[in-house]
Design a protein around this ligand. Sequence first.
Ligand code: GTP
Ligand code: MG
Length: 433
Amino acid sequence: MRAIVLSRSTDTEEIVSLLNTLRMEVVREFLQKKDAHPTNYFGPGKVEEISEEVKKIDPDIIIINDRLKPSQHHFLEMKFQKECVDRTGVILRIFAEHAYTPEAIAQVQLAKLRYEQPFLREWIHKAKSGERPGFLSGGAYATDVYYEHARTHIRKIEIRLDELSKLREIKRTRRHEEGFTLVSLAGYTNAGKSALMNALCGSEVEVSPQLFSSLSTTTRRVRGVKGKVLAIDTVGFIKDLPPDLVDAFKSTLEEVFFADLILLAFDASEDDHSIRKKLGTSLDILLPRIGDGEILIVGTKVDRISPERSEEVKGIVRSIVEPRDVVMSSSISNKGLDEIRERISEIKGHTHGLDVYLPLTDASYSLLSKLHGVGEVSHKVEEGQLRVELWCSPEEADKVRNWLLAAGATLLSDQSREGRRGPASPAETQGPP
Ligand SMILES: Nc1nc2c(ncn2[C@@H]2O[C@H](COP(=O)(O)OP(=O)(O)OP(=O)(O)O)[C@@H](O)[C@H]2O)c(=O)[nH]1
Ligand SMILES: [Mg+2]
């Protein structure tokens, strides 16, 4: 499909990526850096100029990199005699293409129907639906019928989604009761959430350069942490995420918002401007909606940048999100994954650390397997002794210390979380970045 793009901002990279995801080729962009005209969108002179070009280029579709008012939409379609779609419409089309579970399909349908309502109202108002190219033909009567039908349909989907939302809530409560810790992956679309999930869980969720490749929720057990931890990968965020979509995807997004720990991923290989913009958008969506969960900011794709740049990005992001912590990672080189696992373990309450020397005996080795049952343990042979580092819950610390001392341990350190990580953790200081 050949598309012409109308934009009031020079920043058209994202709309082009969105269109490429829909396999559309942008053949021409028109820019007018002015306030939008209330009915014409662009100024009348510019619209005339574009109209001439549209006749010459004959694109399949015209994309407006903005949210259109129904009156502007009506005017542009009548003027150009081409199907005109705004940014929200583009995002909705991608969602529609990528939805494959019954719930996601219903959610997209609901968002689409709600989004179309004001446009339909406009067409009814103008009573000229037959003139709209590529859409509803058959005059005002057909549009009226469609409008009524859509409203009934909306109500039906809302009821169905409400039921599904309740089921999800029950499932979430059950998981907590069964002792699972829930870790969700949040972040801008294409940030590398699914790749991170795969790296942490050994799963095979689809990873793709396309935008919004994950719409449904996938839950997998995290590997390499003690106990029962589930990671949840789901839909990504985007600037001006259409409110109809946020609302329709409420139950899916709640999986992100109500986790015990939210890993907020951002693509660290992008330029400063994109990082700031996308992270800002993600925080704007997350912060007003989350429950008690902590947020850990995770820079992804650091294998694409130098260690110096990685440090620089970390510094920039830290200054935005302080006092929240930032971990830099790569799902290809596995960098940072242990640190993320460590943070997950802290959520599980493994906040007390013991670092000891044990004599190099069989008894010490059998104690090791006992220690594995209560926390995260690492060990190595050092200076003819067994050096053991262990993190467990404060409630278990006394018991573990006694075991160690009984086995002839020399304590090197015995400390709680504050000593371990330095500055306050995200949950300890709430509020905007
Ligand atoms: N080099 C490199 N590429 C990565 C890494 N993580 C993800 N990618 C690439 O980034 C793109 C997006 O990755 P995904 O994991 O699908 O991103 P996502 O956040 O799940 O995206 P959506 O589900 O579409 O919102 C893919 O092309 C991945 O191959 C990484 O650590 N290093
Ligand atoms: Mg994904």
